[in-house]
Write a protein that binds this ligand. Structure first.
Ligand code: UD1
Ligand code: UDP
Length: 356
């Protein structure tokens, strides 16, 4: 069996890393096709270096752009490669434009598609990610749903039971595989003079938060309020999209918010573990906070990760950030991670061997 792993952004590299390792371990024929959706060193290359992943065989260098142009370039580039270097199965992960392009190109060429992290739903079709994940799920042959809830979403949309495999989420594998290593190789708290549980960690990059001046400005104001009330600073490794929009809207950063460039995964795991609370609109961070036993406040109006809310690890704050923080400061951290035991990558490859 020959596998093509298609990826293009920071979270896809991190969450595909356990699958890539499993392919390596079993000596499979496989290759990585990188669309180049993310390309800055700290959004891309750093993860290949730190996670010691093999280089992509192909990189389309598609870069940034409007959805149609970006997805269209990927679609054409992926199609060309899949026709020349034909795999038995294509794997895509998550809900980015890379996922949509990869799944669509493969399905039209009658190549089997496996969707890693299938069945997540925010039920908010204004989000580009919701469109991407629905489309990818409906043209995939193997749907690797992380939880029973995601499986239910797929069944409710008429996807046949025999295509769905509940595997856990590879985010758990990635955290478990790298947390110990990170303890010995990264010391960001010491380097940044932060005290264990003496700071909040935040990331913001979702279109609905960054592309509206009112919304982004309200989030920054909310951060100022949180710092003042809790007497703790906020560390903010900022996505390039967010930095660009803060400059474009000419917004000022509250004094107690420390904005830095994005950091590597090993540093970031340490920063997450050490945080008193995580405030984020990231999908991966909601999961990782839950796995690392750190309470989370989600800076959105909905989530496609309701499992984290159900176990008491996460709250959806909407605009009322301070209320979310007040509640989660009392939350404790005794919940059980709902995303599996850290063997999702292995389960997926077993299912592919049995079914392709
Ligand atoms: C994309 C995904 C989002 C995912 C996120 C992970 C889509 C529609 N969105 O959002 O689901 O959560 O990746 O981080 O696929 N930029 C750089 N360097 C880079 C990449 C981006 O400077 O390496 C800047 C550019 O100004 C670009 C902007 O960030 O225009 C947005 O990048 P894009 O890939 O379009 O979307 P993300 O916000 O990264
Ligand atoms: N991450 C990182 N460095 C950072 C910020 C995030 O390594 O400075 C990692 C984080 O641990 C998680 C992933 O990036 O695994 C989340 O990516 P992002 O928030 O960009 O995307 P999403 O998960 O929302 O799709």
């Amino acid at each position: 069996m020959k596998i093509a792993i298609i990826l293009g952004t920071r979270p896809e590299i991190i969450k595909m890393s356990p699958v890539i390792r499993e392919c390596e371990r079993r000596g499979f024929e496989y290759y990585i096709l990188h669309t180049g959706q993310h390309y800055s060193y700290e959004m891309d290359r750093i993860f290949f270096d730190q996670l010691q992943l093999p280089a992509a065989k192909y990189n389309l260098d598609v870069g940034s752009g409007y959805h149609g142009a970006q997805t269209g370039k990927m679609l054409a580039g992926i199609e060309q490669i899949l026709m020349e270097d034909t795999p038995d199965v294509v794997l895509v992960q998550g809900d980015t434009n890379t996922v949509l392009a990869g799944a669509l190109a493969a399905a039209k060429l009658h190549i089997k598609v496996g969707h890693v992290e299938a069945g997540l739903r925010s039920f908010d079709r204004t989000m580009p990610e919701e469109i991407n994940r629905i489309m990818a799920d409906h043209i995939s042959d193997y749907l690797f749903a992380p939880t029973a809830t995601s499986k239910q979403h797929l069944l409710a949309e008429g996807i046949p039971q025999e295509k769905i495999f509940v595997t856990g989420n590879t985010v758990v594998d990635a955290v478990y595989q790298h947390l110990e290593i990170s303890k010995h190789t990264a010391s960001p708290l010491k380097d940044m003079e932060l005290q264990e549980k003496g700071y909040f960690l935040t990331t913001v990059h979702r279109a609905e938060n960054t592309d509206s001046k009112t919304r982004l400005s309200a989030i920054l104001d909310g951060f100022g309020q949180v710092c003042a009330e809790c007497s703790l600073p906020i560390l903010f490794p900022a996505h390039p999209r967010t930095v660009k929009m803060i400059h474009e809207f000419n917004l000022s950063i509250p004094e107690s918010v420390r904005i830095i460039d994005p950091v590597g995964y090993l540093e970031f795991l340490q920063l997450e573990s050490g945080a008193r609370l995580i405030l984020t609109d990231s999908g991966g961070l909601q999961e990782e906070a839950c796995i690392l036993s750190v309470p989370c406040v989600t800076l959105r109006d909905n989530t496609e990760r309701p499992e984290t809310v159900d176990v008491g690890a996460n709250i959806i704050s909407g605009k009322n950030i301070i209320a979310g923080v007040r509640q989660m400061m009392q939350a404790g951290n005794g919940w059980k991670n709902p995303y599996g035991e850290g063997d999702a990558g292995k389960i997926m490859i077993d299912e592919l061997i049995a079914n392709v």
